[in-house]
Write a protein that binds this ligand. Sequence first.
Ligand SMILES: NC(=O)c1ccc[n+]([C@@H]2O[C@H](COP(=O)([O-])OP(=O)(O)OC[C@H]3O[C@@H](n4cnc5c(N)ncnc54)[C@H](OP(=O)(O)O)[C@@H]3O)[C@@H](O)[C@H]2O)c1
Length: 213
Amino acid sequence: MKLAIIGAGNVGGSLGAAWAQKAGHEIFFGVRDPQADKTKALVQKLGGKARAGTAAEAARFGEMIVLTTPWIAAEAAIRSMGDLSGKILLDATNPLVMGPDGLGLEIGHSISAGEKVQSWAKGASVFKTLNTTGFGNMAEPVFHGVKSVMFVAGDDAANKPKVIAVVAQLGFDVIDAGPLRNARLLEAHAMLWIDLALKRGQGRDFAFAVLRR
Ligand SMILES: NC(=O)c1ccc[n+]([C@@H]2O[C@H](COP(=O)([O-])OP(=O)(O)OC[C@H]3O[C@@H](n4cnc5c(N)ncnc54)[C@H](OP(=O)(O)O)[C@@H]3O)[C@@H](O)[C@H]2O)c1
């Protein structure tokens, strides 16, 4: 599949490498400076499976688009992609802001980043996913044979199975978490992971998994 990844940092780079290497997808990184040394090194690492260009070029290329910019850059990045009508957009952002007690959510009870992204990406089908664990776990989601969990929230029932399948190719146990408004829950869940990782001594090498009877 042709995948556009907007942003090529911790999350974008990890996802691009994992999808190229585990599933053979073609990756187009949409970045502000395609000639930056770090972007060139990433593209080179992925061999013939990856290229980089502008966000608009990436969006035209991708059957799915994955948004992996910092929250503060999300609106500008979406606008820079141009017309997104009919596109599937996976939103991996978390609306983080630095407060007196460290990182927290800027919004959450009455609106989410996922819903804001949908309001900016007019005509696209937005899914909230790939935001609830660290980028290292996106590269290696399996812990001692147990898959860590990843949620997908979105309103487009027809395209949701495709999104679940592409996220599952990374190695996650993927759960349909309902409508896009449940991004409010997923972003709070991400904040729990971040708080445990950064402030409660868990570090980045842990993840949540689901047990079933
Ligand atoms: N880090 C994690 O473990 C983690 C886990 C889950 C979710 N998230 C979320 O994922 C997002 C990315 O996090 P990250 O750690 O990967 O950040 P990062 O390493 O700083 O990477 C962000 C990327 O976005 C690019 N970018 C910034 N503005 C852009 C624009 N207007 N158009 C296109 N690309 C743009 C940056 O390019 P430049 O190099 O040019 O600035 C960079 O490649 C955040 O919203 C974060 O909350 C992070």
